[in-house]
Design a protein around this ligand. Structure first.
Ligand SMILES: Cc1cc2nc3c(=O)[nH]c(=O)nc-3n(C[C@H](O)[C@H](O)[C@H](O)COP(=O)(O)O)c2cc1C
Length: 217
């Protein structure tokens, strides 16, 4: 039997899974079970050599979230300072920065912080693609699974400036790499829309770099 996947539902999920910051519901608790369901789906993602080195640190503990919040804010301040020093943002970048600042203010009130980790450390940058390629697909699957259940998240990396401090706090061994930190909560409303992106026809090249036209049909 051919198994058909509902395209309308799939495309809606893929095109409306947004970086959610201001619409994270800071009051509604998140159940452990829903996170496990989403993580179970996430571990269907591919990994290099099927290594499956992912580990997920789920932080509900308020004191630990507060400390992670401090690390996040410190990393975020440095990032935004550097971004401000190099260029004046366009309107869209300014909106993202304002939203990022909001998240910095409330991050320790987000009910759950999920830190996706991967076993190993990068010793050779030639391996970076395979290394992070073995955790990033699972992280995105996790975010899609959250969205389909009425929860939201945003991929963040600010706290990684203090990865060691976070590892100490959470007991993460030196041999493991933190890939991101996802604040997770139910969303306030579920009506997210596709974002404006550069037309795919402009960024897709046919046979030769830069050839956006190709040989024709
Ligand atoms: C690798 C990566 C790192 C990111 N780091 C942060 C971060 O530290 N803080 C934050 O607020 N957003 C962070 N983001 C979220 C981006 O700002 C967001 O994905 C982008 O603006 C697109 O949002 P949209 O899909 O809702 O349009 C990160 C995203 C990625 C992919």
């Amino acid at each position: 039997m051919t198994e058909l996947i509902d395209l309308a539902v799939t495309d809606h999920l893929l095109s409306t899974t947004r970086a959610v910051r201001k619409r994270l519901d800071l009051e509604r608790p998140v159940e452990r079970e829903v996170l496990l369901d989403c993580l179970r789906l996430a571990t269907q993602a591919p990994t290099g050599s099927n290594s499956q080195g992912w580990r997920w640190v789920v932080v509900f503990d308020a004191d630990k979230r507060a400390r992670l919040g401090e690390l996040y804010r410190a990393g975020g301040e440095a990032y935004l300072r550097a971004a401000g020093a190099t260029a004046s943002p366009n309107a869209q970048q300014a909106r993202v920065q304002e939203s990022a600042r909001y998240l910095m203010d409330v991050i320790d009130r987000v009910p759950v912080l999920v830190i996706p980790c991967i076993e190993g450390r990068i010793t050779d940058l030639r391996h970076a693609a395979a290394f992070f390629g073995s955790i990033h697909p699972a992280v995105w699957s996790f975010q899609l699974a959250l969205r389909s259940r009425g929860l939201g998240s945003v991929w963040t990396t600010f706290h990684l400036a203090y990865e060691r401090e976070a590892a100490e706090l959470l007991g993460i061994p030196d041999s493991v790499t933190q890939a991101a930190m996802l604040p997770v909560a139910y969303t306030i409303g579920t009506d997210f829309r596709p974002a404006k992106r550069r037309p795919v026809e402009e960024i897709t090249y046919w046979n030769t770099w830069g050839d956006t036209l190709g040989p024709g049909e």
